[in-house]
Design a binder for this molecule. Structure first.
Ligand code: FAD
Length: 263
């Protein structure tokens, strides 16, 4: 690693101040520390968010579940409020990486990083969640702006994500077997305001699928999803799968997610 200084702010205000002077936020370190070890990242200083107790909370607030940015994947997977309000989210968290990754990785780190194959961004987008930061509240539809890119400013710290509680939801991941990231993952959520379908792993960033949403708004059934033709034009091809294969997976995983959401 290149040399860096290490800070452990005691409040979000201190963390935001450090971010404003060039520090990188350190959450679970599962991506950031690996990038630094490979010398792909060279931050002058790290601000470890692990000392800010408020950031790890998980609570139900009316019709929403508010999960702190520093909530570890393992904590989300096992939390009673998550299991009862949005079991699909607990299920998603329970299948991220391996035990070590789940013990360290955080919701805020995953969302800020916006890896195009990460699981959480699809839940944030499909559930129409709100990303709460040290400066403002950002709707999911405005948050993810491209591959590893978000609407966050340099000096902005995610403090929590507020997830509206849906009537039905499920996440189906077809995993890349080595990393367990999504080759294709589909999160489907149905609420009073309609159906939202978010796809991860298939392209250069998480995206909603308008055709699947239209079909599932008419009929929330696996058959309705199966009737939608998935265009492979903008999907990724790599050593793991062709664009056509990923397009088929988008269809199949959506059908499976709807069946699972219906229980
Ligand atoms: C082997 C392996 C397998 C994995 N498998 C999966 C998988 O199956 N599915 C999946 O979704 N993910 C997977 N991951 C990713 C992992 O779960 C983490 O979500 C991810 O590494 C980022 O979270 P972190 O808490 O470690 O963040 P860090 O690595 O600490 O930070 C990542 C980035 O986010 C920024 N950041 C962190 N917190 C905040 C904040 N509160 N506000 C603003 N910026 C912030 C940091 O500055 C940094 O730029 C895997 C990782 C590994 C190493």
């Amino acid at each position: 690693m290149y040399a860096f200084t290490y800070e452990r702010p005691a409040s979000v205000a201190d963390a935001a101040r450090l971010a404003g002077s060039g520090a990188k936020m350190l959450a679970g370190g599962q991506t950031l520390l690996a990038s630094m070890k490979l010398r792909l990242a060279n931050p002058p200083s790290l601000a470890d968010l692990g000392g800010i107790a408020d950031l790890a909370g998980i609570r139900r607030e009316g019709d929403a579940l508010v999960i702190g940015a520093m909530a570890r994947h393992a904590a989300v997977a096992l939390h009673a409020d998550v299991l009862s309000a949005i079991p699909a989210l607990a299920d998603l968290a329970a299948h991220i990486g391996d035990k070590q990754v789940r013990a360290m990785g955080t919701l805020g780190g995953s969302v800020a990083n916006n890896d195009p194959a990460a699981c959480y961004p699809s839940a944030v987008l499909a559930l129409g969640a709100t990303v709460i930061t040290s400066q403002r509240k950002i709707a999911a539809d405005d948050f993810f702006t491209g591959m590893f890119a978000t609407a966050l400013n340099e000096n902005e710290v995610i403090t929590a994500v507020s997830f509206p509680i849906p009537t039905h939801a499920a996440y189906m991941k077809f995993k890349q077997p080595a990393s367990r990231f999504a080759m294709v993952g589909v999160f489907v959520a149905k609420s009073a305001s309609g159906v939202r379908v978010a796809v991860t792993g298939a392209a250069n960033g998480v995206f909603r699928h308008a055709g699947l949403e239209a079909a599932l708004n008419k009929s929330f059934t696996p058959e309705a999803a199966a009737a939608v033709k998935i265009d492979a034009t903008d999907l990724n091809s790599d050593i793991h799968a062709s664009a056509a294969y990923r397009a088929n997976l988008v269809s199949v995983q959506t059908q499976r997610a709807v069946a699972k959401a219906l229980g």
